[in-house]
Ligand binder design. Structure first.
Ligand code: PEP
Ligand code: MG
Length: 372
């Protein structure tokens, strides 16, 4: 009813008036970005680029995997570039004037590689029919077997892939930079930020950052349109949290990936725990709520605190957010407020909840200062 809508609007306005935490959304498509904006998101805290390599584009990815020469690989990357540029133009347009943190590709490799069993079955079927086996399938199976990982979540993901696969980072950054140029030429106000996933050491970030800066400079010079994107990093591995002071020397912002940070701090597979043993753990009271849902203050939370303190000591005013699932969990939002993060980023549908909770977290302070 109208009364309820007014009450919610009022509460939301009050919360927005007092909260210290910014609220952004995780969105990967222009549609999600637009929805996030309607819910009051003040930017995109995490634009994952993984899905942009699936669907119709799988063939290009396969071609990249099978490439035997630099020229062949460059051909697939070149074909992906305009598609990526279009992806980013759409998102930057939907979020015009607001920050959009675009994360470089962070695939668990098995999601990108063609299915081994399927390929093997197809080859076996061809053989059974007496038809000649497809060389494409045979080569693909061979390549996929060579790249197979037993623990893909701990494998060739994130920055590691960017460092191992020549041209991939450059292609993505070029697409971002060219999208910025195009949006500026159209009179827009694009605010892209570039985020590097799964950093363990400052050396990884230094290498990627050099490459990113080089591409940004090239596109700026070539287009005559200045492209300046802050370059930051995810903090989602314990080692990164513990060495955040050194990492901050190369990072213009941090964003905590509490999904991976929870997985790696506890040593729990984020994909397997639910089925395997979480219900038993909950029944036995080992924890009251899943640490993937609500931030574990004693473990993951301490790593967050260490990284905030070290990061800001090295780089005063360092902008820090969180973009794991915890960014939209009420209890966790209170925690992120307390440790002094600048923003939380969550699913578009959780944005209103995050705004309200961020306001509630700040309310005691406001009341205390009002009564002084
Ligand atoms: C995270 O690890 O918390 C994160 C936001 O990244 P992803 O969920 O894509 O691994
Ligand atoms: Mg992650």
């Amino acid at each position: 009813s109208a009364g309820l809508v007014d009450a919610v609007d009022g509460a939301m306005r009050q919360a927005d008036g007092v909260r210290r935490l910014g609220v952004r959304a995780n969105a990967d498509t222009p549609e999600d970005a637009a929805r996030a904006r309607r819910f009051g998101a003040e930017g995109i805290g995490l634009c994952r680029t993984e899905h942009m390599f699936l669907g119709d584009r799988r063939q290009l990815v396969e071609a990249m995997i099978l490439a035997r020469t630099d020229t062949e690989r460059e051909r697939s990357l070149k074909a992906l570039l305009p598609l990526q540029r279009q992806d980013f133009i759409g998102i930057l347009e939907a979020m015009d004037g607001l920050p959009v943190t675009i994360r470089l590709l962070d695939p668990p490799l098995h999601e990108f590689l063609p299915d081994r069993t399927e390929l093997a079955v197809r080859l076996a079927a061809a053989e059974a029919h007496g038809s000649p086996p497809s060389t494409h399938d045979a080569e693909l199976l061979d390549a996929v077997n060579r790249m197979h990982e037993e623990n893909p979540m701990l494998g060739l993901r994130g920055v590691r892939l960017g460092l191992v696969a020549p041209g991939l980072v450059a292609m993505q950054v070029r697409a971002i930079a060219e999208a910025v140029v195009e949006r500026k030429r159209a009179g827009g106000d694009p605010r892209a930020e570039i985020m590097v996933p799964l950093i363990d050491t400052v050396e990884e970030l230094r290498l990627v950052r050099e490459e990113v800066e080089q591409v940004l400079a090239e596109v700026s010079t070539h287009s005559g349109v200045p492209v300046e994107c802050p370059i930051g990093t995810m903090i989602e591995l314990p080692r990164a949290a513990l060495t955040a002071g050194r990492i901050a020397e190369e990072a213009q912002f941090f964003s905590f990936g509490t999904n991976d940070l929870t997985q790696t701090t506890w040593g729990f597979s984020r994909d397997d725990v639910e089925a395997a043993f979480f219900s038993t753990y909950l029944d036995k009271g080992i924890f009251k709520v899943s640490p993937f849902e609500t931030i574990d203050r004693d473990g993951v939370g301490r790593l967050v605190q260490i990284a905030v303190a070290e990061g800001r000591a090295a780089r005063p005013g360092l902008k820090i957010g969180v973009c794991g699932e915890h960014g939209g969990d009420p209890d966790s939002v209170h925690y992120f407020h307390a440790v002094g993060l600048d923003y939380v980023s969550c699913s578009p549908f959780r944005v209103p909840v995050a705004r309200l909770e961020a306001g509630r977290a700040a309310l005691p302070e406001t009341e205390a200062s009002d009564s002084r």
